[in-house]
Ligand binder design. Sequence first.
Ligand SMILES: NC(=O)c1ccc[n+]([C@@H]2O[C@H](COP(=O)([O-])OP(=O)(O)OC[C@H]3O[C@@H](n4cnc5c(N)ncnc54)[C@H](OP(=O)(O)O)[C@@H]3O)[C@@H](O)[C@H]2O)c1
Ligand SMILES: *[C@@H]1O[C@H](CO)[C@@H](O)[C@H](O)[C@H]1NC(C)=O
Ligand SMILES: *[C@@H]1O[C@H](CO)[C@@H](O)[C@H](O)[C@H]1NC(C)=O
Length: 396
Amino acid sequence: MALFWPIAKVLCFNLAAVLGVLIYEFYLLRENYIRYAPALEDKDHTMRAAQFSETGEPFVIKTRTIPRPQCCEMTQVLIKVGTGGLNPVDFKMRRNANINMTRALPVVSGFDFSGHVEQIGSGVLGYRPGDIVYGMLPLQGQSWGAFQEYVVANYTIIAHAPTKISAREAAGLPLVGLTSIHAMAPVLRAWQKQGQSSKDKKILVHAGAGGVGSFAIQYCKHVLKMHVATTVSAPKAVLVKSLGADEVVNYKEQKFEDVVKNFDVVLDTVAQEYEQRTLSSSVLKSGRHYIHVLSSDWQPNSREENPLILMVLPFLRKWGYSLIADLFGIGIHYHCDPVSPDAQGLRSIASWVNEGLIKPVVDRSFSLNEVAKAHEYLEKGRATGKVLIEIGTITE
Ligand SMILES: NC(=O)c1ccc[n+]([C@@H]2O[C@H](COP(=O)([O-])OP(=O)(O)OC[C@H]3O[C@@H](n4cnc5c(N)ncnc54)[C@H](OP(=O)(O)O)[C@@H]3O)[C@@H](O)[C@H]2O)c1
Ligand SMILES: *[C@@H]1O[C@H](CO)[C@@H](O)[C@H](O)[C@H]1NC(C)=O
Ligand SMILES: *[C@@H]1O[C@H](CO)[C@@H](O)[C@H](O)[C@H]1NC(C)=O
């Protein structure tokens, strides 16, 4: 009995801490998306869109004629879309039966786009009709998507597209670029606090040939001046070396943990067994940084249907590991900061592209009528760089 109350107090404290952490993380997640009001429908005008009314296999996506989004509230911009960029989150949402918790069906596929400004709201600063812009729509809250002829977005989440590449190629950059910057941000902050720079720090970027990997390698190498190792299958080694990778691990023949040791950071876009193998080996030096990006798998799986495993565990690990690392200086710092729209980030990406530090890597493109096929292709998990959707012509 004497032990009961102390133990109960500790348990209650733990439970309160866990709940507090989760409420905070989910609040942030929601706040990052929901604050951008979705546009209303413009019943007088229609457009073509790749939309699905039920979740499941790729063929649920149909190209339909639907009302256009209405423009413009004060801070909104109407954009005629030239090209869309496909990401794994697109097929993960399409096949996730729980999608209606965050977006009401029917929804239009796609988040990344580039195109030109057609109309602006009265409170929009810095954009004029005709400007070529690019951006990532909020992942939650609205049923509009990027794979439609016109999108309406808050001007605070778009940016002028880089001028040194085509607007078409720019459509592949927002989500993967912002993912890379947001993933590295807490690590860079930690180094800054310690008076250190990123120069020559060692990072392992998993799936270096993918959308995120092909951007992250260039960002870490050419912008942050880091030493970069990456995992790819043999045919893609030449590509990742050309992007700036210093060390290439053929993951089909070698275990990365056997060759990569005592690194400063791991950016893990594969997670699952890679996460476990990273955390239980000497890939990372003590006190260094593991970055989780809420990844599930390219194949359909129960993991992504289960928010407890997909979201709750990484957030709890993030706080648990970091508490121990901060307090006792042991173990590793675990980061998990999912991507969200960010105009400042897009402006930085455009300037790095214009300086020649980052080049777009495009695998192939599909037409607006072939979005289902594009999903099917990306879902195989073998894409090299970005898959694009050609939606309209824009003159540059
Ligand atoms: N939460 C977030 O903020 C966030 C943001 C962006 C992305 N993500 C997640 O991050 C993951 C990656 O996204 P992505 O856009 O880069 O995907 P992607 O473009 O579809 O990646 C495809 C690449 O992954 C490589 N790959 C597949 N399995 C691999 C393995 N076991 N080891 C090493 N490489 C492997 C493939 O190379 P090979 O052909 O050589 O196997 C292929 O080139 C997705 O799960 C996505 O959902 C999360
Ligand atoms: C536009 O974004 C700002 C914050 O950046 C927000 O305060 C405002 O409500 C948004 N407007 C719409 C219409 O989404
Ligand atoms: C979401 O869809 C599922 C399955 O179709 C359904 O059972 C559930 O009630 C829906 N939830 C909401 C919030 O609409």
